[in-house]
Write a protein that binds this ligand. Structure first.
Ligand SMILES: Cc1cc2nc3c(=O)[nH]c(=O)nc-3n(C[C@H](O)[C@H](O)[C@H](O)COP(=O)(O)O)c2cc1C
Length: 172
């Protein structure tokens, strides 16, 4: 087996495009908290579960565990600045960010594509990350905006090459 160099690992894996999802929650004082992940995915339909991976050093994970809930916000193609802000360290990430509360009380950010409101189901340690599994309680498509994508260390907007088949399912 090859010894895997960390930089090389990140470089090659950076060639697998990801979504850009803001995971949000609130702390004990009801202040918004969150981070950006590229690892958000659907896990199960019965029961309805989603998940994301978070670094073991994450400060937001502690808040999510305490709150017992989080919301996955699918960022829109024109929200690169918002993504940078919500991925930054050592700043108040939510300063100037507008949002409304989800049914569970998690921040739903203005201008996003869709959101999934979850109660915390399970946290599993895997390697140097935790797999955070949420049980979906409420979910909604907010707009027809195209989603923000991440690829080779940079952001991009989605460009469809087929008919958007899901439009019919959400009743646009
Ligand atoms: C596009 C993008 C995708 C990211 N994906 C993840 C991820 O899946 N898991 C993770 O832990 N951090 C991810 N990060 C990094 C976190 O957003 C960043 O390290 C943040 O400061 C962590 O905050 P925390 O310490 O509050 O958890 C990503 C950053 C960007 C810009």
């Amino acid at each position: 087996m090859d010894t895997i160099n960390g930089r090389y690992f990140r470089n090659v894996l950076g060639h697998f495009p990801t979504s850009v999802v803001a995971i949000t929650t609130t702390d004990a004082d009801q202040r918004p908290q969150g981070l950006v992940v590229g690892t958000f995915m659907s896990v199960s339909l019965e029961p309805p579960l989603v998940s994301f991976l978070v670094d073991s050093s994450s400060t937001t994970l502690r808040t999510i565990r305490a709150a017992g809930r989080f919301c996955g916000n699918s960022l829109a193609g024109n929200q690169e600045r918002l993504s940078r802000r919500l991925a930054a360290r050592g700043t108040d990430r939510f300063e100037g960010v507008t949002w409304k509360a989800s049914p569970l009380g998690n921040p739903v950010l203005d201008g996003i594509v869709a959101w999934v409101d979850c109660s915390l189901e399970q946290v599993v340690e895997i390697g140097d990350h935790f797999l955070v599994v949420g049980r979906v309680r409420h979910l909604r498509v907010e707009s027809k905006r195209t989603p923000l994508l991440f690829f080779r260390g940079g952001y991009g907007d989605y460009l469809s090459t087929t008919t958007l088949v899901l439009d019919r399912l959400v009743g646009w």
